[in-house]
Design a protein around this ligand. Sequence first.
Ligand SMILES: [Zn+2]
Length: 399
Amino acid sequence: MSLNLTNLKKRISNAVETHKEEIIRLAEEIFDHPEVGQQEFFASRLLTQALAKYGFEVVYPLPELPTGFRATLKCAGPGPRVALLAEYDALPGLGHACGHNLIGAAAVGAGLALAAVKEELKGEVLILGTPAEESNGGKVVLVEAGAFQGIDAALIFHPGDANIVEVSSLALEALEFIFEGRAAHASSSPEEGINALEALIQFFNSINSLRPYLKGEAHINGIITEGGITPNIIPERAVARFYIRAESRKAVREVVQRVENCARGAALATGCSVTWRNYEFSYDAMVTNKALADAFKENLRILGVTEFGPPRRSKGSLDMGNVSRVVPAIHPYLALGSGRLVPHTREFARAARGEAGRRLVILAAKALAWTAADVLLDRELLARIQEEFSLAMLQEGAF
Ligand SMILES: [Zn+2]
């Protein structure tokens, strides 16, 4: 690393320290006002106000996302464009048990620190507010709206149970199946009816018979959302929702085809009709840009992080996966507290509001800001990032 960049990073760290109380306040206020996906009006307003105060040009709300935003910091002269992504949605009933309050505050905190040294940076820093990660991923909307065009790298951090910079996730398809039959008195004239619930039960059983023969990392998880109204009416309508996951979009499509055949078979066997639709966005598998992840890891090391876990293939899905298909991206996990806590638990939520959360949001803000500065100023790094990305896009089946 050049001496200039080293000095600049010291100044960025100092700027994070200067804004420390403000960054922590952002995280804690969002924690104290938990909002589920697409309802994050308090959080998005809070974060955009902070960014506007420090010289970011803020577009909020975004036309396609009422709780999304784009904040741009123009540095001294033309150069690369780096995006730091903020999440701030909570979980229904559990509040910030995934620690997204820390994600939002760290991205904005990094932005504030970079604003303090913008005269020495080239290019642009974007802070993108990406709502509803836990439900109907805002990043999918942004990718489809072209929000990542012309961006050279996209970074987000997520609190987790270990320090893991290389993360991959499963592709996901969210499908709703609707079986329709005919209502009739269940006891006195069942022969007049066509039971949609029977079809749905057969559908589940057929899927269960597929499970042992699915390839790779396929997961099929379903629930029944409608299964009739009262026992004395033959259910004329039965509905189920499924998340179908596998290691790539292609692999998901193969599983979906088999699941669709199960639906057709169950409908035929019972005389029902069946239709299906995507009820939430499809997520792509996350592909980590290793060159970018290595730069982030090196920065963490300098910031005093000594323990790193091996690359992780998450069994869940991330809307960052869609971003990682259009721009080089990372989605590292950083341990919250002792690292023994796992997201979506009440214990994790408690840590996200306590001392562990406060320490982590500051560490993450520094590591994100340093890595953003690397992308803007280190030409060789940017070339490596781009080369790896082009190669990954070319490799068949990489996604
Ligand atoms: Zn999360």
